[in-house]
Design a binder for this molecule. Structure first.
Ligand SMILES: Nc1ncnc2c1ncn2[C@@H]1O[C@H](COP(=O)(O)OP(=O)(O)OP(=O)(O)O)[C@@H](O)[C@H]1O
Length: 439
């Protein structure tokens, strides 16, 4: 796969078309929005089984099974970096961030290192059990969240406050003398953010997309559209067993007994930005989104030296960010296979645009000059160093992209802000709820 014998003509690879032009060939082993985008993209054809391809949009299982045996010609593209797990597996992400923090402290200053303090205190179990125990005792009474490192979609996650709640776990992983022979599931125990920012009494997290086309030098693009995912149940710390209250991922929320797909459980980042601007003012919101940008840059830099920087690879990361009541953003996780399924029509359209724009940045058709700072909804945020975006419309992830001149993140007077805030909310239920709260 991936070995293309075709001659490179006029910057365009692929197979000959009847009309003398060329087609690019894609392989895509999942039936989701990615496939829809590729099927509708002019000049592209699907590679038949065992045929060579120019672009392979594959899942991680395919990568694992095939990449060791794969020779890729220079011009082909694949949607993952080989060892993407350095950033996307919960334990490795934290290990890399902790190491990066130490390096910054040594080479620069404590202040510079403190810019990495955007991930909750985390320990890998079983290997860091004793360190965890020390911290647990030091902060007795606080809440922790336990997550299996290899799972996703909220599977196997639980909250705890007492050691006895993880005794079973401890017995299994610590007292097992055959630890090396028995496959032990690794977990991370992470300090639970007890004071999340609530809207209408509900917790939410943010999904923001970042496209990396190279790690050395780091070249990263930020997508201006993204969304906030709300929990089904109003938040409270009085119970820690209700996953519908504490876990905001869609995969969990949609299993709630009273889940109503018609009701809005997602806001666009622009809606959220307007809401926050109305409540806290432009400056606080600007600072918040600047801090979020900072999370992207520092987390990517933390794995820059360990990621295998194949020229053929690119990766569209889905960042999960949680805000607390002080408007501090926390990094929960980076996903290398964010969901490309849609929960509603708007969601479908947004992800369709995201994927189209991704292909536009990857630019296998060779239409770009290479100097672009903005391609569709993507803004170049790092190109071997920070990118000056002053000449663009303010371009943090909160700014809308279509059309560019409706920059609602910058509305001025408070009345307009509240008016705008209520306008885009589509279902009556949410509109009423919001209205009540703002009165
Ligand atoms: N430290 C934390 N403090 C507060 N809430 C958290 C914390 N970690 C996770 N959560 C909540 O749990 C949810 C699931 O966590 P996380 O994204 O880390 O797990 P996951 O199983 O990988 O989910 P997914 O694959 O859907 O992203 C988050 O969406 C968030 O609402």
């Amino acid at each position: 796969g991936g070995v293309n014998q075709e001659v490179h003509l006029g910057g365009f690879y692929g197979v000959n078309r009847k009309d003398g032009g060329k087609c690019l060939r894609y392989m895509c082993n999942t039936a989701n929005i990615v496939l829809d985008v590729l099927q509708q993209r002019p000049g592209w054809v699907e590679a038949k089984e065992n045929e060579e391809w120019d672009l392979n949009w594959c899942d991680l299982a395919w990568m694992k099974d095939n990449l060791d045996f794969l020779y890729m010609e220079e011009h082909v593209r694949i949607n993952h970096f080989q060892n993407q797990y350095e950033l996307c597996r919960k334990n490795l992400m934290v290990k890399n961030l902790k190491r990066h923090r130490k390096t910054l402290e040594k080479e620069f200053s404590r202040v510079e290192a403190s810019k990495c303090d955007f991930f909750p205190c985390t320990f890998v179990l079983p290997s860091e059990y004793h360190l965890f125990l020390e911290e647990f005792k030091r902060t007795l009474g606080s809440t922790w969240i336990m997550k299996p490192v290899r799972k996703s979609q909220g599977k196997g996650i639980f909250l705890f406050r007492k050691l006895k709640d993880i005794m079973e776990f401890k017995k299994e992983v610590i007292s097992d003398e055959e630890k090396d022979t028995v496959q032990v599931e690794n977990f991370v125990a992470q300090c639970y953010i007890e004071n999340p920012y609530l809207i209408n009494g509900r917790k939410f997290d943010l999904r923001v997309y970042v496209l990396v086309t190279s790690f050395v030098p780091l070249k990263a693009w930020l997508y201006r559209e993204g969304f906030a995912r709300f929990s089904n149940t109003p938040y409270s710390l009085s119970t820690i067993d209700d996953k519908y209250m504490h876990l905001t991922n869609v995969s969990i929320q949609k299993t709630a007994p009273d889940y109503d797909p018609e009701s809005v459980r997602k806001w666009t980042i622009q809606q959220l930005r307007r809401y926050l601007t109305a409540k806290h003012g432009r400056e606080s919101v600007r600072r918040l989104f600047e801090e979020i940008d900072n999370i992207f840059v520092f987390s990517l830099q933390s794995v820059q030296k360990v990621i295998i920087n194949d020229k053929q690879s690119f990766e569209l990361y889905g960042y999960d960010i949680l805000l607390d009541r002080d408007l501090k953003p926390w990094l929960l996780e980076v996903n290398s296979s964010p969901s490309y399924m849609a929960s509603c029509r708007e969601d479908y359209q947004m992800k369709f645009r995201l994927l189209e724009d991704t292909l536009n940045v990857v630019d296998m058709e060779r239409r770009l000059t290479g100097k672009e700072k903005r391609v569709g909804g993507f803004d170049l945020m790092w190109n071997g160093g920070p990118v000056n975006r002053d000449d663009l419309i303010p371009a943090t992830c909160g700014t809308p992209s279509f059309p560019a001149n409706t920059h609602l993140g910058c509305v001025n007077d408070r009345e307009t802000q509240l008016h705008q805030l209520l306008k885009p909310v589509t279902t009556k239920r949410v509109r009423d709820n919001l209205h009540e709260k703002d009165q």
